[in-house]
Design a protein around this ligand. Sequence first.
Ligand code: UDX
Length: 473
Amino acid sequence: MAAPHVLVFPFPIQGHINCLLNFANALVDAGVHVTFLHTEHNLRRVASGAGSPHLRFLSVPDGLPDDHPRTAAYLPDLYKSLAAGTRGPFRDLLARSSSLVADAAGVDEPTGDFPPVTCLVADGLLGWAVEVADELGVPAIVMRTASACSLLAFLSVPKLFELGELPFPVGGDLDEPVRGVPGMETILRRRDLPSHCRRPNATYEVNPGLHALAKLSADSSKARALVLNTTPTLERTALEHIAPRVRDLFAIGPLHAMSSTAASSSLLREDGGCMAWLDAQAADRSVVYASLGSLATITREQFAELFAGLVATGYPFLWVLRPDMVADAAALEDEAVREAGGGGGSSKACVVAWAPQREVLRHRAVGCFLTHAGWNSTLEAIVDGVPTVCWPSSADQQMNSRFVGAVWRTGLDMKDVCDRAVVERTVKEAMESTEIRGAAQAMAEQVKRDVAAGGSSATELQRLVGLIRELSA
Ligand code: UDX
């Protein structure tokens, strides 16, 4: 039997890289060789590029010019250039690295101690990579980095059109309940569906974003297996409704809690100074951590409301202000820190461009997390039992924040409102409510059992490794 060696290929943006690298580390811990495929641009930036005896990092070009900004606003460029410009180099790399093709074509496997690649695990946004693997006869598994509930919503898009739930009527009430996402009829309102659903009067055909994501979701379900970073504790109903639509479903998560390897995969430099600032906070659970992930952008008005709301709570706060998050971020930062009550050393506020988020959430001083409800951030808060206030920005985040506020009750959903009074009220409630903290801590205990030996995620990981070994035979 060939030694299993998986080529793991994330869509090259932060949230996807983190999820797939956590998955790669879990496979390595289970004795599988992994080649992790970055783009050349990202490999130059990440700190995780050194590898280990079972994990190596290779790269392919992303097809964009070196000086391309590659920020959130340009995601469609990246998406297109990968499909067009990366497909060829990826095909060459997979052909050279994989046993099947190496045997057939007499090509030597190129690198040192690593056995030939026997299986591809591709990000669900890279449907073309799965096509390439199919052409070369390499078994392919798909990983989706977002929540199961959002995947189920995308799989339900044709049904939502059939039932007349989509498109939303112009001026329609976003609080209307939505039928058509199975098992979620009593939970979902229009405003909770993925943001791509929000184009009033846009039919399926004239809503390209929604169309593309619904198609990618349907295609993901055709792969040999589909892996989701979740657990039945969080999303049992969604998983039960997805399972019959796919060939084999694995719920393995939260992945960041499943490996002892802690290598950073940050594309931006982490500002460790905020950890000293947290250490200096005398009281436990006294600080609000605010971060909107790696992609969300906000207007200056939204920034002003969020910031004023945080100041009004009276709690000290740690705020991640990425340089590309709001126009003229540097000037705003100076102004904001002054307003919050001091200079850079202010005890009231600490502003950084990028934080070591997982360490921050584990810190005793952190009492709640104001988040955009990206799936990684949501899971990271859940594992550490930190209550969240969600202000979702786009895509799956509308669904995630609904689950936080209405299903798990581990936080509050501030969806669609960005008003200083609401920020102040919800943050205070998340900091002070014993019910919310109790629910967050109980959930943390349960998901930690899921990832521990014998738990559902640990057992599913073993089953997946068994499948990978079988496919490698
Ligand atoms: C996006 C989507 O929002 C998400 O739902 C999808 O599953 C993946 O792509 P993003 O918007 O960046 O990702 O949010 P999130 O999923 O929360 O990922 C952000 C990651 O960056 C987290 O792992 C977080 O720990 C990390 N991070 C964020 C930092 O390390 N430092 C920071 O300062 C902010």
